[in-house]
Design a binder for this molecule. Structure first.
Ligand code: ADP
Length: 296
């Protein structure tokens, strides 16, 4: 069971080419889809969900073609968009009941059991009878997950799931995703590197509709091993360091600035070796995109 994407292209009417010939295989487990705003993540997820037609190329979800077997794809896939269209006046229970009806769960008893099971899974049983309008961002998010899981999909696609969550809710979401993954494919689309760094077994980096990287975290970090450094400097030195080195991050320390850089050798007296992070690798990949600036 996997998702197979072959030479997928999407040109929107008006000329924006959001995907420029993407080829990618996504196996079971948590898969991070990382890229800045506008890089094509939502376009890709909408195509995989059968909500949007690609211009050319192919995509198969668990063996089903997203163009010609759309109904099948819908059966095996749960999509959690960034903004759910929840009705504020419905309770959590009524919301899930309504979506379960839309999924053709016609048997009332089975539907009730499923809705209760989902509420419990996302820790909302105690709030079943509360209106969604009174929910926090994190509670709405969890209700969104419960909704996307109603038909027990093999593939769960989540668009920017941590936006609007506080740190505690983020951690809770992470644990829930780890629990859910197993045999499923869980695609987590985000522009926040730390969302993916902690949870995803594999990831892809999109930039301007191109695939910059696909693989596991170790493969992402490998090219930066032995080439990542920290330089401790005073603030006044920052622009000079920026000119000399490829900077992946700047942090304030107790005594001045800490600058993370990628370089073959370290010739600065205040520089020392550091382990590369996913953040370093992401910034590095972005800046070394050979297709940068290309529009078609
Ligand atoms: P992301 O989810 O990574 O932010 P999107 O897939 O939303 O990226 O967008 C990719 C590109 O396609 C952007 O340049 C965006 O402006 C453009 N785009 C997205 N949706 C449409 C649309 N319906 N019509 C025209 N252009 C669009």
């Amino acid at each position: 069971m996997e998702i197979e994407i072959r030479d997928l292209r999407k040109a929107y009417p008006g000329g924006v080419v959001a995907l420029k010939g993407l080829t990618l295989t996504i196996p079971p487990g948590i898969f991070g889809l990382l890229g800045p705003n506008g890089s094509g993540k939502t376009t890709l997820m909408r195509i995989l969900s059968g909500l949007l037609e690609p211009t050319s190329g192919q995509a198969r979800v668990a063996g089903y073609d997203v163009r010609t077997e759309r109904a099948r794809v819908r059966e095996v896939l749960g999509y959690m968009p960034q903004d759910f269209g929840f009705y504020p006046n419905l309770t959590a229970y009524e919301t899930l009941d309504y979506f379960a009806l839309l999924c053709h769960m016609d048997d009332a008893r089975a539907r009730r059991a499923r809705v209760e099971e989902m509420l419990s899974l996302v820790n909302l049983s105690d709030y079943a009878d509360r209106r969604v309008s009174a929910f926090s961002g994190g509670m709405k998010q969890r209700l969104g997950i419960a909704q996307a899981l109603l038909n027990d999909p093999k593939v769960l696609i989540m668009d920017e799931p941590t936006s609007g969550l506080d740190p505690e809710e983020r951690i809770r979401l992470r644990s829930l995703l780890a629990e859910l993954a197993g045999e499923r494919i869980v695609i987590l689309s985000t522009h926040i590197v730390s969302d993916v760094a902690m949870t995803a077994e594999r990831l892809a980096i999109l930039h301007q509709g191109n695939l910059l990287f696909s693989g596991d975290v170790e493969e992402l970090l490998a090219p930066l091993r032995g080439k990542t450094w920290i330089i401790d400097i005073a603030e006044e030195e920052l622009s000079e360091v920026r000119e000399r080195f490829f900077v992946t991050g700047v942090f304030r320390s107790a005594t001045g600035m800490q600058v993370r850089v990628v370089a073959e050798k370290m010739e600065h007296p205040a520089g020392y070796a550091a382990d590369p992070t996913v953040d370093d690798a992401y910034v590095f990949a972005m800046k070394h995109d050979g297709n940068q600036g290309e529009t078609s």
